[in-house]
Design a protein around this ligand. Structure first.
Ligand SMILES: [Zn+2]
Length: 384
């Protein structure tokens, strides 16, 4: 994984200079589109040769001339690909925007674009763009927003271990190859869900339009508050994994539906709490944050990870003790979330050398890989 590209967007008010460009840049792109389409060209160097004289007529910085031709070349390429499959309309830019990739810099708390166009950046954008190893690639402005594409050279980490992430109703439990287990409390998620459910239940009125607006507003607030909870948990997990140089093993998104199924038989109340849990979101965050730091991510099929014993694969029974499960075969009594995390870790370690995310990463980098793999292979109960 050489460069990883990301983007950050914020609100911004265009300065008078930026406003002039917003008005003229789409015409520049459309000029290039017309010329390029007529000559059936989509190759940037040829578009540049073809359109440069025309672009010189616009009184803008060279950087924007190049960007307009570049955007046009990409739009034509996309059009040519699309029109092979379906009848695509001729590309044309109608929204006001401009972009620049040459000569875009951070200066103090501003983004400096060619032609001395300055945009103040908010704290979040600044923190993102000033992070170690981050380079600004390009910027796109509209009437309301400024979005910046940035990149970082990410060196794949050769893991010294692995950490398993088990998602539960009220917590996220991790267990790693060093034997450390951490429980992250996420009960706030169902509290937030419940609070908004109660608020929204008051809006059974006749005014459908009013209800729609209010409903959407609360849905967004609820979503944002949940995201904040998830972000703090996923950041902490990835930060610890990075410090210990551990690969992350977690449930495969594709299996989520089965996870619901396997937990069927629970009460309606339980299932409603389940629905409050944005499982996909946290898995996505973990993968996204791990990638940025070069940490490999392993995904496994989570079927039976909570029902089987982490020691012998026997079926777990639920005694009348809160949070504990007991193995019907070997008698192992363990916290049920820890049992789940341990099973996920075992499955991650077993998932074979094919799991590596980068060429530097192989199963043999992990201590105990061979032994664990052999033990599992010898145990017929573990064969699925
Ligand atoms: Zn057992």
């Amino acid at each position: 994984m050489p460069f990883i590209y990301r983007s950050v967007i914020q609100r911004s008010d265009p300065t008078p200079k930026a406003r002039e460009l917003l008005a003229v840049f789409p015409s520049m792109v459309n000029d290039c589109l017309r010329a390029g389409l007529e000559k059936k060209m989509s190759d940037f160097p040829r578009i540049k040769e073809l359109c440069w004289p025309r672009m010189r007529e616009y009184r803008v910085h060279d950087s924007y001339r190049v960007s307009a031709m570049f955007d046009a070349a990409n739009l034509i390429k996309k059009f040519q690909t699309d029109s092979k499959r379906t009848r695509a309309g001729l590309p044309r830019v109608s929204n006001e925007y401009f972009s620049a990739s040459l000569g875009v810099y951070l200066e103090a708390k501003e983004l400096l674009l060619p032609g001395n166009i300055r945009t103040p950046l908010n704290g979040h954008t600044l923190a993102v763009l000033r992070a170690k190893g981050v380079e600004v690639v390009s910027a796109t402005m509209t009437q309301e927003t400024c979005s910046v594409i940035y990149r970082k050279f990410v060196q794949g980490v050769a893991p010294r271990g692995m950490v398993a992430v088990d998602l539960n109703l009220d917590n996220v439990t991790t267990f790693d190859t060093e034997g450390e287990s951490i429980v992250y409390d996420t009960s706030a998620l169902s509290q937030i869900h419940e609070a908004y459910r109660r608020v929204k239940s008051h809006f059974r009125r006749n005014d459908a339009r009013m209800k729609g607006t209010v409903w959407r507003k609360y849905a967004r607030l609820e979503h944002d508050r949940k995201l904040a909870v998830l972000h703090s948990v996923s950041s902490e997990i990835v930060k610890r994994a990075a410090a210990k140089k551990q690969a992350i093993v977690m449930e495969d998104l594709r299996w989520l539906r089965d996870m619901y199924r396997r937990r069927s038989g629970y009460s309606a109340y339980y299932l409603s709490k389940m629905n409050a849990w944005p499982f996909r979101q946290i898995l996505h965050q973990l993968a996204y944050k791990a990638e940025w730091l070069g940490l490999p991510v392993v995904t496994i099929d989570p079927d039976w990870t909570s029902e089987k014993c982490c020691e012998c694969d026997g079926l777990m029974e639920v005694p009348p003790v809160e949070g504990i499960v007991v193995c019907s075969v070997c008698g192992n009594a363990i916290d049920r979330h820890l049992n789940g995390a341990k099973n996920i870790l075992r499955r991650g370690l077993r998932s074979g050398p094919g799991w590596s995310a980068g060429e530097a990463v192989t199963g043999s980098n992990l201590p105990g890989w061979e032994t664990r793999a052999r033990v599992d292979a010898d145990n017929p109960a573990s064969q699925r």
